[in-house]
Design a protein around this ligand. Structure first.
Ligand code: TNX
Length: 480
């Protein structure tokens, strides 16, 4: 494969003549976790052993004086590869780049290609545009089995994304076990039916849905993500989007027990502001912080019908609780209106408009740009009657690629809400290839739509094919 196949596009590439041929004598070494990742993930599809060696053919080195966090330099010569990265994350990014330079069958999980695996000679200097390159995944509206979350993590890493924001609770489901409050999952993780259809009258599928992650499941997800240099930021959404929790513990709401919600939208059943409710959520957050080492913990805060000043106090107390344990709280941009004063250090996920991002920045908060008009992947990808996503908004691949983030933001984040994505197949369809376009927005300094489309079609979609991703074909939807 060639240097002009890389996606996201690197900062600078200088191709040179010649190739390095990989074979059973090719050794890999240096920074051990990166060498191990390369051996495991590139070894499978190439059938090569990549044995360890003191003077390896492919060497990953880390030197904090070089580049910037996440950045790396790699030089490929006919006799070997030398990677010098700023940190281990940078070494991982280099390993991902090397895999992209091989035949796409290097992405398969078993050897089927008995051709040659060669790396083109040359040099690459590369570094991320944004420190926070996130993807938000809603596992509350539809539960996603653990194995699929693990697979999704690998797909994020292929795209050099480094944050997985897991939306773990909502009106329609509570998705993680809290030992002290067993009803959250015994009751809150299940609903009898779900809203479907596109017509004006609501229709329901009469199919039960549910599931939740145990603490061990989540620790496994966190460990897998860490091996791919991805931070998993957990979200417990309060005080709105909480009907599943209230269904489990009615004393958190009005005292009347609602069902776990079977409709989409914003439920008016919100948390009350009794001191016992704050204590309940402090304990939930303590458990969450035990399981997730993430420096950032998200408390939601979006779309609260009938919000009161007391809810602002409730949110502030939870944010302070997170901060008192040495973490930083994040939340959706409604926090700017509901929590006064909003504790310093709170990260704002700006989803509604650019004005929200500007206001947050003016008030000294770090901002992650999550604009719904460019980065919501539950939206339709084409204005075509067969498009399977029953959401009115249109967010094309080109529109995602054309997103111009506000300078100075901490980062950017794509959102995959799953009201209408009830299977891994539909998740793939909604997320890809838009996530590939987003990755280039998040990572690369330079953007050229025609060149992106060429790399996508000629080189990157074959990689996704090899990985078994059921992305949306560029020509249109599948004939379902
Ligand atoms: C708004 S964005 C929501 C979600 C929905 C999404 C659907 C945000 C913080 N809240 O609850 O799933 O729209 O596009």
């Amino acid at each position: 494969m060639s240097w002009d196949s890389l996606l996201p596009r690197p900062l600078r590439v200088s191709p040179a003549a010649g190739v390095l041929e990989l074979d059973q004598n090719t050794t890999v070494g240096g920074e051990p976790t990166t060498a191990d990742w390369f051996r495991r993930h590139v070894g499978a599809g190439t059938g090569l052993r990549f044995a360890d060696d003191e003077r390896p053919t492919i060497e990953f080195r880390v030197d904090g004086r070089r580049s910037v966090p996440g950045g790396y330099h790699a030089q490929i010569r006919p006799d070997g590869v030398e990677v010098v990265a700023h940190d281990v994350a940078g070494a991982h990014h280099a390993a991902q780049t090397l895999r992209q330079l091989l035949d796409p069958s290097a992405y398969r999980s078993a050897l089927i290609h008995y051709g040659r695996f060669v790396l083109p000679c040359g040099e690459v200097e590369d570094r991320p545009r944004f420190a926070w390159r996130g993807c938000h995944l809603d596992v509350a509206r539809h539960f996603l089995p653990k194995r699929e979350v693990l697979r999704f993590v690998e797909l994020l890493a292929v795209h050099k994304l480094n944050v997985l924001h897991l939306h773990l609770t909502d009106d329609q489901g509570w998705r993680f076990e809290v030992p002290r409050y067993p009803e959250l999952t015994r009751v809150g993780a299940w609903r009898a039916r779900s809203m479907v259809g596109r017509g004006p009258e609501p229709e329901f599928d009469s199919r039960p849905h549910g599931g939740f992650y145990t603490s061990d499941d989540l620790r496994e997800i966190v460990a897998h993500a860490a091996r791919h240099h991805i931070t998993v930021v957990p979200e417990v959404d309060v005080p709105g989007h909480s009907q599943a929790a209230i269904a489990a513990y009615p004393e958190l709401g009005t005292g009347q027990r609602p069902e776990v919600w079977d409709s989409w939208g914003v439920s008016s059943d919100i948390l009350n502001t009794d001191p016992a409710t704050t204590d309940f959520y402090r304990a939930v957050l303590d458990h969450l912080m035990d399981v997730f080492p993430s420096p950032v913990i998200c408390v939601g805060g979006d779309e609260v019908p009938g919000i009161t000043p007391q809810h602002g106090t409730f949110l502030r107390e939870l944010i302070e609780h997170v901060h008192a344990r040495g973490r930083r709280a994040s939340g959706w941009d409604e926090l700017l209106d509901s929590v006064d004063p909003l504790p310093a250090g709170t990260i704002i996920a700006a989803w509604r408009d650019e004005q929200a991002a500007v206001r947050a920045a003016e008030r000294g908060h770090d901002v992650v740009l999550c604009p719904e008009d460019h980065l919501y992947f539950d939206h339709r990808q084409a204005d075509h009657p067969d498009e399977p996503i029953p959401v009115g908004f249109l967010t094309t691949l080109e529109k995602v690629y054309g997103y111009q983030p506000l300078p100075g933001a901490l980062g950017v984040q794509a959102q995959v809400w799953t009201e209408h994505l009830d299977t891994p197949r539909r998740l793939d369809y909604a997320a890809f290839p838009r996530l590939s376009a987003f990755a280039e927005v998040a990572w690369s300094q330079q953007h050229d739509l025609a060149d992106f489309q060429r790399r996508l079609v000629d080189h990157h979609l074959p990689r996704l094919d090899a990985l078994g991703v059921e992305y949306r074909p560029l020509g249109g939807p599948h004939p379902w």
